[in-house]
Design a protein around this ligand. Structure first.
Ligand code: PMP
Length: 385
């Protein structure tokens, strides 16, 4: 002891059990373990060391409107958006959250009316991300309530629309559909990154949510950020996080700052390198998985997938195909009314359509898991007739 050098690695967590050719393969959650390989290739480059006496105070930036945001994290986030070109950052207020899940709740809180009255309606077109109804309603808030499919609910003049693009679960590119006078929207851009979809514009909506979970694969770091146009809304969101968790882990922010720095450095300092380009790595992996899955589905005769989308990507500077994070797989086989159960009997765990507000003959399957899990899944799907 005493040298201060002995602890450089941590005991690995247990995580999910390994996948073997006849074990259950769980592709229910979008656990982004696909990215392990990239970060192993990066070796120690994204490692940080935090001495025992650092990051102890509650406060990170007492001069700013969001006192718990680490300046170094904010700097790397803004740098990353400028590099990728997926969102405007100038003129936006940035705040950090424990995953974008916390920021989503902070945004609902900030957009709901302060005066007493009916709870604000929260809507999104089906199929919508399955967490939206549960996270909106689990505390039975008097401020807001889930009102279902934005295409079929008449939400009145005031509602909050959740716009997820590319959409979880079906990969669709979306714009707001409600025409409410209040025009309140929350844009969930968890997947608006080049590995998943062509970057077609620098988005400039009122509230835009992002997360390291699906950008770099660091879901366990539990870190998201919001870009917010209006200062009053940004302040209310900050207040929510203050009341909910008194800020956001500094250790996570420092780690995320380092990870985003490595991603940006990869492009800005050694752009000709073949190995350290995160978005290119993930885009290649995803494109390969999608082409193998589409080939299996095409020969199956009983399954179908949404059409392949492609566009000019401002980041890649060429026309590229979208590689959604989930396969939204439909089964046309006679007698299969509950596709999720049908697959579960075949040891493939997926999430069925009803959780996304649609029918049971379609399921969502994660495309972000390990090679082992994906290969076992594909082999099983290929054998179904
Ligand atoms: N939004 C969407 C559309 C997601 O798919 C997810 C993760 N599954 C989240 C938000 C939440 O991400 P986080 O890990 O940042 O809470």
């Amino acid at each position: 002891g005493g040298s201060g050098k002995e602890i450089t690695t941590v005991e690995p967590s247990k995580g999910k059990p390994p996948v073997t050719p006849d074990s259950v393969v769980n592709l229910d959650q979008g656990d982004p373990t696909l990215y392990d390989e990239f970060w192993r290739l990066m070796g120690g480059r994204a490692t940080i060391t935090i001495p025992g006496w650092q990051t102890m105070s509650y406060f990170s930036d007492l001069g700013g409107f969001c006192w718990f945001v680490e300046p170094g994290f904010e700097r790397q986030v803004r740098r990353l958006h400028r590099l990728v070109g997926n969102a405007i950052v100038d003129g936006y207020h940035l705040l950090v959250g424990t995953g974008s899940t916390q920021l989503f709740q902070a945004a609902l809180f900030a957009l709901s009316p302060a005066e007493d009255g009916e709870p604000m309606s929260v809507v999104s077109p089906a199929p919508y991300y399955s967490s939206y109804p549960s996270v909106t309603n689990f505390l039975n808030s008097g401020l807001y309530r889930w009102d279902g499919d934005a295409n079929t609910t008449f939400a009145g003049d005031t509602c909050i629309e959740l716009v997820c693009s590319p959409n979880n679960p079906d990969g669709g590119i979306r714009k707001a559909v409600t025409k409410s006078k209040s025009g309140k929207t929350i844009h969930d851009f968890a997947y608006y990154w080049p590995q998943y979809t062509p970057i077609t514009e620098a988005a400039d909506h009122d509230i835009m949510l992002f997360t390291v979970s699906k950008c770099t694969g660091h879901a366990g770091t539990r870190l998201g950020w919001a870009l917010v146009k209006d200062m009053e809304v940004a302040q209310k969101m900050t207040k929510f996080i203050e009341l909910n968790t008194i800020g956001v882990s500094k250790d996570s922010q420092l780690r995320a700052a380092k990870i985003l720095k490595v991603v940006c450095d990869g492009y800005e300092l050694s752009p000709t390198s073949k190995v350290n380009l995160l978005f290119h790595f993930a885009q290649r992996k995803m494109a390969e998985r999608w082409s193998r899955l589409r080939a299996v589905v095409a020969t199956s005769g009983i399954f179908s997938l949404p059409d392949k989308l492609s566009s000019y990507c401002m980041f890649a500077k060429e026309v590229v195909s979208a590689n959604p994070p989930f396969a939204w797989l439909r089964c046309h086989k006679d007698g299969v009314e509950d596709f999720e159960s049908f697959l579960r009997e075949r040891k493939i765990i997926t999430r069925g359509g009803s959780k996304f507000g649609v029918d049971e003959r379609v399921v969502r399957i994660s495309m972000l898991d390990t090679d082992e899990a994906f290969n076992v899944f594909l082999g099983r799907i290929a054998s179904l007739k």
